[in-house]
Write a protein that binds this ligand. Structure first.
Ligand code: NAD
Length: 363
């Protein structure tokens, strides 16, 4: 194991986030705490195909009755339909309140399985085994679980904390480059809003091409997870500081939505969104060098040609974000690198300008 981080939640107890290369022994040790011989492994289809014996072996030591269920790949799986199928599986196999659920996959698997664990029998023990970079540094921490609704993303869900997270970088050996870039955006975000040193470290790992050896990323994953843990531990139910984690996201959600959640990945949309938010920050007087972000441009394989809406329309779309309160758009902006603040937008012109500039940069 490389490191163990402690997550403190005032409402739902504390849990550990383990990070390292090959955590099978740590998982075996951890699972001895469960009396149950039955457990559920809800597993991303790719991970099931390529890593089955790897995750199964330590789990079977404790859970002689391990029920495995495959989760289809892609965002479409985060639906009420798949959620109900998983409930059928869990309840149909006689789960009781002591039967643990292991969520093994990326953010889709984690959010969906987390919601199953949160709601089946009013709550089963949940353990996250994130297998994408994004899930390791972001979605497996903080307890947000849920599925999408036809009116929008993540609209059905709950806060439900896991009992542990095992971020094992050996899963990353099969991760395609696009998914590395996807996760990288969130790491870059932590650099922008919290620890600017991260930006330089990220540059080293991606300089001519992305270093796709998970071991090289261990330290950045640990630092990123620590930032997310610190923020969510202080603000478990997203009443304040946690909003800073949305840097670039209010812009990004508009792009994801216009691209029907398929044209742009979350990471691509957030990357463009961070450019917009940084530009907007500068319009209000900050002096942040945009090259902190743009030096990574060549790693991203997308453009915004397909966005035909005018900046004013894009601002209107921002107003539909679920983070808008009382009709006021609130943007996370930066006073400087590492110094975020929440800005209530009264006059929208500078936000329109920031869209104009973003569309130009990504044209
Ligand atoms: N709960 C939260 O706080 C939170 C935070 C951020 C994002 N999210 C959610 O996370 C989701 C995105 O997560 P994601 O980017 O991990 O997407 P994902 O779960 O769809 O995984 C991306 C792709 O990687 C594949 N994959 C998974 N592990 C792999 C591996 N080891 N090797 C090769 N391929 C692998 C999957 O099959 C999938 O095709 C979104 O639904 C988003 O809303 C949640």
């Amino acid at each position: 194991m490389f490191d163990t981080l402690q997550v403190n939640t005032s409402t739902a107890g504390d849990y550990s986030y383990f990070v390292g290369n090959d955590l099978r022994n740590d998982i075996s040790e951890f699972t001895k705490r469960y009396a149950s011989k039955k457990a559920f492994a809800l597993v991303d289809a790719f991970v099931l195909k390529h890593h089955r014996s790897y995750f199964e072996e330590p789990l079977r030591e404790q859970f002689t009755d391990l029920k495995i269920f495959e989760i289809p790949r892609g965002e479409q799986a985060k639906s009420a339909d798949v959620y109900l199928k998983l409930l059928d599986h869990v309840l149909g196999n006689n789960a009781d309140r002591s039967t643990p659920v292991f969520a093994i996959g990326g953010g889709v698997t984690g959010d969906l399985s987390g919601f199953v664990a949160a709601t089946a029998l009013r709550g089963l023990p949940l353990i996250h085994i994130p297998t994408t970079l994004l899930a390791m540094v972001d979605s497996s921490i903080g307890g947000k679980t849920g599925v999408n609704h036809k009116t929008g993303k993540n609209l059905i869900g709950s806060f439900y904390q896991p009992e542990a997270v095992f971020a094992d970088v050996s899963y990353l050996r099969t991760l395609p480059e696009k998914e590395w870039v996807n996760g990288m955006s969130e790491i870059l975000k932590y650099g922008m809003i919290h620890s600017p040193d991260i930006i330089g470290q990220l540059k080293e790992l991606t300089d001519s091409e992305i270093d796709m050896d998970g071991n090289s990323w261990l330290d950045l994953i640990r630092q990123s997870a620590q930032i997310k843990i610190d923020v969510v531990s202080e603000d478990v139910l997203e009443a304040g500081k946690r909003a800073f984690l949305n840097f670039g996201h209010t812009y990004g959600h508009v792009l994801e939505n216009l691209g029907n959640y398929s044209t742009y990945s979350h990471g691509e949309a957030v990357y463009a969104g961070m450019v917009g938010a940084t530009y907007a920050s500068n319009k209000l007087g900050s002096q942040i060098d945009l090259s902190n972000l743009l030096q990574f441009r060549s790693l991203y394989d997308f453009d915004l040609h397909g966005i035909t809406q005018k900046p004013a329309q894009l601002v209107d779309l921002m107003m539909r974000d679920k983070k808008v309160k009382d009709g006021t758009l609130r943007l996370v902006l930066l006073k400087d690198l590492g110094e975020p603040y929440l800005y209530r937008v009264a006059e929208k012109t500078f936000v329109e300008d920031s869209w104009q500039q973003t569309l130009k940069i990504f044209y």
